[in-house]
Design a binder for this molecule. Structure first.
Ligand code: DAH
Length: 509
């Protein structure tokens, strides 16, 4: 284990560790730079790596440091402008303002500074355009002020910690900081490296410093000298940037998984169109024309095109009879006067059951068909409702198909997605017997409703000319996706939240 760690150390990491050992396990990076003859960058990056491996501790302190700017250095060497002016004044006693620059060899901006500070330090006064030295000024000629002492010191030592109790620096600092561009105050990071217990154990095992091969040359491969080179082991746990593979959107992923399940169960796939006539969406499913689901507040009716062409007269007439009297279905029908104009209205399909109805009108049993598609209902958007969502719909039509077969198929389907399912009696205008499917949520210990199923009624089958029993189901997909993704808000599926999407697994369980 420890040997593995040693094998994965870079040469620089080894040198830093060894360096620390020679300083009795702790010292500054600067000392390592010197003793190992490395540059500070290499030492710091090796130290970072050693720290992440738990072999050393890197302590960090921030110091506030003051040093001289270029102007500061110039002043330290040549004297502050007011000091230079004072010297000339001392010789001449008084100088007219206009001659100051030439006499004291100062440029115009320095003259301003010099006068300002001369007055502030009370070394001179101005009288009718003439600068005159004061007694205090004369005294100051042979004395250095605290700001000048600080400049001298900084010139000598280069930089000082700001936090220094000496009075000299405090006063000088207060004076100098009032002037722009003399002092640089900077934060400096100080590091201190200490070998940890683990690092010490490693050092005790002995670390050999040997040049490592990083890139092989043609020559080394040809001569076989690569065999004698030392290679560093890879650290497969090393940190790496996160990468996000491209992948399908989780809702589409769920749809694909569902498609695969039905295809593998031997179903064929069909599609319908989103724009549908009320006839296929409602009437031929024996949904009476005054049914609540047909109301404007539940269904989107389309203005353009307002109507959709109906299929053959015969089918339309059969449906009319089923609704009005039951026709040849053995039923009494709904007993009202069926209106073909209502059936012609175009709607956004409210379920995919219309795809099944169309399929039955065009195909002979035996058959197994499923379809996946978007459906639309006038719902207010909330965390669990959207006005458009997806359903998977299916039918199994054959002489010997039974209600129990239907339940078995649904059970099988949900098991393949990893869910426990149960059935509750339900009502749909187009099926008898009818059930609702519920799946179990173990962590919540509850069941939630995911779809409907049943045996199509004779009132549906007879007008379509279907003579075998037909088992049918229609299941919601979004809720299923929410359970698989463990999300509480259905809107997440449509939000394109890139952070969330990136961190999802490529394959959903
Ligand atoms: N169409 C129903 C719905 O949207 C679901 C449904 C129930 C579909 C029973 C069927 C079925 O095929 O037999 O809620």
């Amino acid at each position: 284990m420890l040997q593995n760690i040693i094998d994965e150390l870079t040469l620089y990491e080894k040198m830093v560790l060894k360096g620390l050992e020679s300083f009795n396990y702790e010292t500054t990076p600067e000392n390592i730079v010197e003793s190992q003859n490395l540059n500070i960058k290499s030492v710091m990056s090796a130290a970072g790596a050693l720290e992440s491996k738990g072999l050393i501790e890197v302590q960090k302190d921030v110091d506030e440091v003051i040093s001289l700017s270029n102007t500061g250095k110039e002043y330290a060497e040549e004297g502050l402008p007011e000091r230079r002016l004072l010297k000339v004044l001392n010789d001449e006693n008084e100088i007219p303002m206009k001659d100051l620059g030439t006499k004291a060899d100062l440029d115009s901006s320095e003259v301003k500074i010099a006068i300002g500070w001369l007055l502030k330090k009370k070394w001179a006064i101005i009288d009718k355009g003439v600068v005159k030295i004061t007694d205090e000024g004369r005294n100051a000629v042979s004395k250095e002020y605290s700001d000048e002492l600080l400049l001298d010191k900084l010139l000598e030592v280069n930089k000082m910690l700001f936090f220094d109790p000496s009075k000299l620096i405090k006063e000088g600092f207060d004076l100098l900081k009032k002037r722009k561009g003399i002092l640089d105050v900077k934060k400096e990071h100080k590091y201190y490296l200490k070998v940890t217990e683990k690092g010490k154990q490693l050092l005790d095992m002995g670390i050999e410093l040997k040049e490592e091969a990083t890139q092989l040359t043609h020559e080394q491969l040809k001569t076989g000298s690569w065999r004698d080179l030392k290679y560093r082991s890879y650290d497969v746990h090393a940190e790496h940037p996160e990468t996000f593979p491209g992948k399908m959107h989780p809702l589409q992923r769920t749809i694909e998984d569902i498609r695969q399940i039905f295809l593998k169960m031997g179903f064929t796939e069909s599609r319908g169109s989103i724009l549908e006539s009320a006839f296929w969406n409602f009437d031929c499913l024996f949904q009476p024309q005054d049914h609540a689901a047909r109301e404007m507040q539940d269904t989107f009716y389309i203005k353009e095109p307002k109507n959709v062409n109906l299929p053959s007269n015969k089918l339309v007439e059969n449906v009319r009879m089923a609704h009005e009297t039951g026709g040849n279905t053995g039923s009494e029908g709904w007993g009202y006067s069926w209106d073909i104009e209502v059936a012609k209205q175009s709607v956004l399909r409210t379920h995919t059951t219309c795809v099944s109805a169309r399929h039955l009108a065009e195909h002979e049993p035996p058959l197994k068909m499923f379809s996946v598609g978007r459906v639309f209902r006038r719902e207010t958007i909330t965390y669990k409702h959207l006005p458009e969502f997806h359903q998977v719909e299916g039918i199994i039509a054959a002489e010997d198909i039974t209600f129990r077969n239907l339940l078995g198929i649904l059970k099988e389907f949900y098991h393949k997605l990893g869910f426990e399912v149960r059935f509750r009696p339900a009502y749909f205008p187009y099926t008898y017997l009818s059930v609702e499917c519920e799946i179990y949520l173990p962590h919540k210990e509850t069941w939630i409703e995911l779809g409907g199923a049943g045996m199509f009624r004779p009132e549906v089958l007879e007008p379509l000319g279907v003579e075998t029993p037909v088992a049918a189901f229609g299941l919601g997909i979004e809720r299923l996706a929410m359970l698989r993704l463990d999300i509480k808000d259905i809107r997440m599926l449509y939000k394109s939240d890139i952070g969330w999407l990136r961190h999802l697994p490529v394959k959903l369980d």
